[in-house]
Design a protein around this ligand. Structure first.
Ligand code: BGC
Length: 379
């Protein structure tokens, strides 16, 4: 039973009083169990519109909540931390009954979430774990460590060091690889990198893989805000510093399709992508349409498909449970310690997509149409 929603009449009155003192928020979030969904508003805070996946997430959460009858206040923060904090403040002021938050910086929302908790507003952390606060009630995401394992395996399989299930083929290389990680303020970045590194490490140790730059720590590999341009610049720097001797890069671990596209641009500018100098094996994540086309065209090797429609569905299921005065069902109560507590989580599975899987995994499931894949643009 969620304590926040299980308030007694006295507690409810107190919370109402607090809301009123706090400057006129309309939100009494304590009697939602008896409320008509049409009288309830859910604030949905998404990080950015520069990446398709977050637009798709935002739209999927909004439409599924609206189908369930709720009012929705959906905001994107342009990857700017103060903007996201201000948007959440405003959602609370305007009387949100529940918040669904995909944080830009997982540690930067403590004040907002304290405010939410003081008013009995449940908070669902969406895809990225919100850290360093007790005021987060539930986490919906994918199995982020497995995403990393899948990326590491896809790199190995692309190089022919293992098969797609990770069984070694006996190939000994040596293959030159470089490693990229995501934004360090996103809790997921560590899970992805650790999953991938644990998978690659035995082959780095036995010399099959050589990280020629020597940059193997997550701090060295990180890409602030998951920026495509930052990744392009780092790849350019790596080519200059470590591959000016005529050696070539054979593989690049990339945690996200946007980063992969930056890496690809740097490589193409350096003459990769010809018979004499083939494109390295490059991984990715999110099945963004521009990258799915690059996979179809044989430029990028793989991506990790995370079905945002299913994630939205889990967020909506969890939201409904809270608003009906119940606890959402978790399938993991151990992995996601946010620094203050272990946040009960619902984790979804992920799938690796190579060129030969585009039809069965992305088109047949209705995620993208054949036309979108052919053009590399969403409709
Ligand atoms: C998400 C990934 C995404 C990345 C960049 C992560 O938190 O889990 O799916 O690629 O952010 O947007």
């Amino acid at each position: 039973m969620n304590k926040k929603l299980g308030l007694t009449a006295l507690g409810a009155a107190l919370a109402l009083g607090l809301t009123a003192c706090g400057g006129g928020g309309a939100g009494s979030n304590n009697d939602t169990a008896d409320a008509d969904p049409g009288d309830l508003t859910i604030g949905v805070a998404m990080p950015t519109q520069t990446s398709e996946r977050w637009i798709a997430d935002g739209e999927a959460v909004e439409s599924q909540l609206e189908e369930a009858g709720y009012d929705v206040n959906l905001q994107f923060a342009g990857d700017d931390i103060p903007t996201q904090a201000q948007q959440i403040d405003q959602m609370i002021t305007e009387g949100a009954d529940l918040l669904i938050v995909a944080a830009i910086d997982g540690t930067a929302l403590s004040a907002q979430l304290q405010n939410a908790a003081d008013q009995g507003i449940p908070v669902i952390s969406y895809d990225r774990l919100i850290r360093d606060t007790e005021n987060v009630d539930f986490y919906v995401s994918f199995d982020n460590y497995k995403v990393g394992v899948a990326q590491g395996t896809a790199l190995l399989a692309g190089l022919g060091v293992t098969d797609k299930d990770g069984n070694p083929t006996g190939a000994t290389g040596p293959f030159n690889v470089e490693l990229f990680a995501g934004s360090l303020d996103d809790n997921n970045a560590g899970f992805f990198f650790n999953g991938a590194y644990d998978t690659l490490e035995p082959f780095i140790e036995d010399g099959t893989l050589v990280v020629k730059s020597g940059q193997t720590s997550i701090e060295q590999a990180a890409t602030l805000r998951w920026s495509q341009e930052t990744a392009q610049r780092r790849m350019e720097d790596l080519l200059t510093s470590s591959y000016s001797d005529g050696s070539v890069v054979n593989g690049v671990l990339s945690p996200y399709d946007g980063i992969s596209r930056g890496i690809i641009t740097a490589l193409q500018n350096a003459g990769y992508g010809t018979d004499a100098k083939p494109m390295p094996v490059i991984t990715g994540q999110d099945a963004e349409i521009a990258s799915v086309k690059l996979i179809q065209d044989g430029v990028q090797s793989s991506t990790i498909f995370k079905d945002t429609r299913q994630l939205a569905e889990q967020a909506v299921t969890a939201a409904e449970a809270f608003l009906e005065g119940e606890e959402p069902e978790a399938n993991d109560t151990e992995t996601y310690d946010n620094g203050v507590k272990v946040v009960p989580s619902y984790l979804l599975p992920v799938e690796t997509v190579y060129a030969e899987d585009i039809q069965s995994k992305l088109i047949d499931s209705g995620y993208w149409t054949a036309e979108e894949v052919a053009s590399g643009q969403s409709d």
